[in-house]
Design a protein around this ligand. Structure first.
Ligand code: SF4
Length: 358
């Protein structure tokens, strides 16, 4: 499993807390040189046990094809080239529309077999408020181009949990996402954190965070509509048509080792975690070993986010029996064969449930 962080965005969304830079002045060259050098340096850490490649960001679709190709050739040169079981590239709609069909076709030829599109909303007023660069129509056009290029596995990202998102707009957004016919939809709840415009608006009294009740209500609408549309709610924030669950992200939740390359990328070796500093020039890697307690908490937290849940033996060996029994009694935990999971109607409060267990 390999993750490559592409830290470039043409502008910054109001809510975003990811590390990213506005590209210019040879930044693509310098970034690509450093990622290729990192691939060569860390090739021995990469395992092909689960052969996935994920370009995330930032906005990977701003990276020129020539630079993407250099990175892929370097992976090949180091014995970790394609084809990959799953090769995802995150893309913003405006890049797809601007670069057109030849760009998306080239991505396919390079081996990308899953596109993850950052659409966030189908409401133009909200999109402008978020400082997104695309319109609802632009997002639909981008989706059509991706399909035309032959992509059969497309994911759409949406955001909820905003105080200025009405039920009507949220329902319409979900309906429009479903109507496009994607294989996968990820929905993330907005959190106000970090040094960004939304934090500033909150501090200035220009924005009020959505209440817990509002967020829960929007999440309930989402769950209901996704079920009607035939999506499997296989992880708190993720819905898939049968057989299209994300393989790479599934590896994160199962705590499989992965190597993260590029500024601010995180890695997991199976025994410890490491992360690159969030700087474009000369980023460095910091590592930390995990204690047995850390491992236990991580395993529980990640597995209980999924519909598959956690192995019963592991749960009972690491949590107090009375807590498990109490949560089962409250309907916050249920047994499915040899495993335990948080039922979908309690996914929204999974953090509290997991806290009670650990
Ligand atoms: S949300 Fe995506 S496109 Fe927007 S600033 Fe963050 S990384 Fe860039």
């Amino acid at each position: 499993m390999i993750y490559i962080h592409v830290p470039f965005c043409k502008s910054f969304c109001t809510y975003c807390d990811f590390y990213s830079e506005i590209p210019g002045g040879g930044m693509f060259d310098s970034y690509t040189d450093q990622v290729c050098a990192e691939i060569r340096r860390r090739a021995a850490e990469m395992s092909d046990e689960l052969k996935t490649l994920y370009f995330g960001g930032g906005t990977p679709s701003v990276l020129p094809l020539s630079h993407l190709t250099r990175i892929l050739l370097t992976l090949e040169e180091c014995g970790h080239g394609g084809p990959y079981t799953e090769f995802t590239l995150e893309a913003n709609p405006e890049d797809i529309v601007e670069k057109g069909l030849p760009y998306v076709e080239s991505l396919r030829q390079l081996g990308v077999n899953r596109m993850s599109m950052g659409i966030q909303s189908f409401d133009d007023v909200l999109l402008r408020w978020m400082n997104r660069r695309h319109s609802a129509e632009g997002a639909k056009e981008a989706f059509r181009l991706v399909r035309k290029a032959g992509f059969e596995n497309v994911s759409i990202d949406l955001i909820f949990g905003l105080s200025n998102l009405s039920d009507e707009v949220w329902e319409k957004t979900i309906d429009q996402a479903v109507a496009l016919g994607p294989e996968h939809i990820s929905c993330y709840q907005l959190t106000v954190e970090g040094d960004n415009v939304l934090t500033m608006r909150l501090e200035n009294g220009e924005y009020e965070e959505a209440s817990e009740e509002t967020c829960r209500h929007q999440y309930d609408i989402l769950c209901r509509k996704m079920a009607v549309a035939g999506f499997h709610h296989y992880e708190i924030s993720n819905f898939a048509q049968p057989g299209f669950e994300a393989v790479h992200n599934g590896g994160y939740w199962a705590r499989r080792p992965y190597v993260g390359l590029g500024p601010s990328a995180h890695s997991f070796s199976g025994r410890g975690r490491s992360w690159n500093s969030a700087t474009l020039e000369g980023y460095t890697l910091t590592s930390e070993a995990l204690s047995l307690e850390d491992e236990k908490v991580e395993t529980l937290m990640l597995a209980l986010r999924t519909a598959k849940g956690i192995d019963g033996e592991f749960l009972l060996a690491n949590c107090r029996e009375e807590d498990v029994k109490r949560l089962i009694g409250q309907g916050a935990l249920c047994q499915v064969g040899r495993r335990y999971r948080i039922p979908e109607d309690h996914f929204f409060v999974s953090d509290e449930i997991i806290r009670e267990l650990v």
